[in-house]
Design a protein. Sequence first.
Length: 327
Amino acid sequence: MATQKLISVLLLQLLLVILASDFSNGQKLNVGFYHKTCPNIEAIVAKTTQQYISRAPTLAAPLLRMHFHDCFVRGCDGSVLLNSTASNSAEKDAFPNQSLRGFHVIDAVKSAVEKKCPGVVSCADILALVARDAVRMLHGSFWEVPTGRRDGRVSVNSEALRGLPAPFANITQLKATFASKGLSVKDLVVLSGGHTIGTSHCGPFSNRLYNFTGKGDTDPKLDKNYIAQLKTKCKPGDIKTLVEMDPGSFKLFDEDYYTLVNKRRGLFQSDSALLDDPETRAYVIQQATSHGATFLKDFGASMVNMGNIGVLTGNSGEIRKQCAFVN
């Protein structure tokens, strides 16, 4: 009888430990997480980000893309910010991430935050806030950013290669990738609108101009006049020239991306693919014909959804002292 009672007590204690662990590691993000521990966090981030974007507006797009690339590999844990080591090649050095820029902005923001609130704010949260502020500074959306993420300690090159959607992905592949992260088809088409800012090297779409099926042909889904324009900028084998993803307004966060896609002028195959699904096509047409009536609001909502992917909270992970290095 005493033995059974002892076993019951031990099982109860074990259950309480498990529940406590689940709670500490399963907390949700929330707006104002740093209200008491770092009350001026958003002002500090915005001020420092503004200092860089005001001088170099083209940094906004790669900073937004950096947050996207972080969340799609291991969740939004700042793993894309970690440097490679002698024994490990990190996400930062994976081929899809070699064109990312703006790591110095994240480091500057982190340094400014550490001066006011040392050891409190994660790099993952800083990245999410910087992405929002960079978009806002190009006249884009404003959304409340839930915070409370902690930083991961692992970053693996090969995981970035496998986890990030490719610019040549078709609609089936895109939907599957987004669904695997808990994102909807609407999130897919809305977040694709981030291509309204920024540039791309010729390489990711060169095959659409010169050798689409291996026979020296062009992509029939790409507008012929646009192909002719692109060929004047991107010669065969050119991997250095930069092309605006949203010609004429690539420094302005607006709905023009959808107008271009609707005219079969989306730069990547993944852009054109949005016309191959009834739901994504309907959204493209809606925004293109309504001057982006709901795009900015939708973008903020989808960014919040994306920012929740695989987050570390509670006792998981750490708060890095420097974003490029584990503690």
